[in-house]
Write a protein that binds this ligand. Structure first.
Ligand SMILES: [Zn+2]
Length: 467
């Protein structure tokens, strides 16, 4: 059995065992229409690039356009781009791609800005052949978002693509936050499809940021090669991931993994009500989580407990605001959460966020205090954490456990390292007088033990203090 065939078979079994919909006829049509065939293809692109230089001009949004030619080659699993120099008497730019696909941008020859990994991925996706390959290999992980719009998650980022009336991909895009412009969009659009060895491939590519045309590329030629581009494909692979993995720890206690975001959250069953610990990352994944919990347990969520305001712990708080689920937090977070609830949240969402009005659903644990809320002992230890000014940890007394978010790591393979956060945590647990045997963390998911052993933690802290 060839490796590809084996992958398809495994993928098939994976699909029927999971909640993902395989009912995506458009994807088959798309692959058939483009006559996608598994193989290897390299390409050579010549581009005319337009750089819009926003910034230090006489009035806001004024820009100058720079035009220059670039050259990109994709071959033997690596993307090479010519280093480009441009000087217009005012600004100096240098763009280059290393063979590890790191984009380096230098402006004025002084400030170095390293592009994030998602920009690197758009570089990959500029080769539509690689994109089709990723789609083909990961069909079960593709979500239908609208009539002609689909998405998949890769490295925690949701990428969307649009299929036009001819059943060809005409745009790949993602949304991101720009700290000046707010909700923003980056895209590559594809046109001028022609047949190359029976396969339809686009010869014109346009790169846009917030609909502003930045670069127009024309493909000089595509060529097939027999060599495998494993290195690139491993990077490109849309990881086959469940949205949630429920691990039952005890009769009333579950750990819920969110593999796409490298975080975990916890669920505690308190008689006939459910308590959730943390609202990680973003709104839509928490909407899904609420639905998944309600379906699995057929019980209401009584409260959501949030350790601190960082996005990997509180980024999805609006899903609970919207459902009128009480939120346990600290005093300074309330204003922040209310402000988030006033903003417009619509980009990339299946339905926009609509604030629920004046309902005040926040329950505050006061500075330095231990308070019992919904049967859970919550301790505010911000001053001790060296992490955030306010921070909550949560004791599940019956479980002899404490949930501590990101105050300590319990790596699978390395020894415990104790820093200021660890010592602060230890002092807080001692002061609480609660019996603790297990420590549960929320971040990260990979490379970590399921829980930390309290006595090992105590030993490591004591050693650290002695030295
Ligand atoms: Zn944090």
């Amino acid at each position: 059995m060839t490796k590809t065939l084996l992958n398809s078979v495994l993928l098939f079994f994976y699909c029927i065992n999971n909640v993902y919909s395989t009912d995506l006829p458009e994807i088959d049509v798309l692959l058939k229409k483009m006559n996608y065939q598994d193989g290897t293809i390299s390409y050579h692109v010549k581009s005319r690039e337009t750089i819009h230089q926003f910034g230090h001009y006489s009035k806001p949004e004024e820009y100058k356009i720079l035009l220059f030619d670039t050259e990109t080659r994709y071959s033997e699993g690596k993307i090479f781009s010519k280093v480009i120099y441009e000087y217009n008497g005012n600004n100096f730019y240098q763009y280059s791609y290393t063979h590890q696909q790191k984009k380096i941008v230098k402006k004025f020859g002084s400030v170095d800005v390293k592009a994030s990994s998602l920009e690197d991925q758009l570089v990959y996706f500029s080769n539509i052949y690689l994109f089709l390959k990723a789609i083909d290999r990961n069909q079960c992980c593709i979500n239908k978002k609208g009539k002609d719009i689909f998405s998949f998650i890769s490295n925690g980022i949701e990428y969307f693509f649009h299929i036009n009336k001819e059943n060809l991909v005409d745009e790949i895009f993602y949304y991101y936050y720009d700290n000046v412009y707010g909700d923003s969009k980056k895209s590559i659009s594809f046109s001028d499809y022609r047949k190359v060895k029976n396969q339809l491939l686009p010869f014109q590519l346009e790169y846009r940021e917030n609909e502003l045309l930045l670069r127009v590329s024309e493909v000089e030629h595509y060529s097939y090669s027999d060599r495998l581009e494993n290195e690139v494909l491993t990077q490109l692979e849309i990881k086959i991931q469940n949205d949630f993995v429920f691990n039952q720890i005890t009769e009333d206690f579950w750990q819920i993994e969110l593999p796409a975001f490298n975080v975990k959250t916890y669920l505690y069953k308190n008689y006939d009500k459910l308590l959730l610990f943390e609202a990680p990352v973003e709104l839509s994944i928490n909407r899904k989580l609420i639905r998944a919990i309600k379906t699995k347990f057929e019980l209401p969520i009584e409260a959501c407990f949030i350790s601190h305001h960082h996005p990997d712990h509180a980024g999805g708080v609006l899903a609970y605001v919207e459902d009128d689920i009480p939120i346990v937090t600290t005093s300074k977070n309330v204003e922040y959460f209310k402000k988030l609830a006033k903003n417009k949240h619509s980009i990339g969402l299946e339905k926009p966020f609509i604030p629920n009005g004046s309902y005040d659903q926040y329950l505050i644990v006061k500075e330095g205090k231990i308070q019992q809320l919904f049967g859970i002992k919550c301790q505010e230890i911000g001053a001790k954490t060296s992490h955030t000014e306010e921070f909550l940890i949560f004791y599940l007394e019956e479980e002899k456990s404490v949930i501590v978010a990101d105050l300590i790591l319990f790596p699978e393979e390395k020894n415990l390292t104790i820093g200021k956060r660890g010592i602060g945590l230890y002092e807080a647990i001692l002061a609480s007088k609660v019996v603790v045997e297990k420590i549960y963390t929320n971040w990260p998911l990979t490379g970590q033990q399921k829980f930390g052993d309290y006595s090992a933690f105590e030993k490591a802290v004591k050693q650290k203090i002695e030295n």
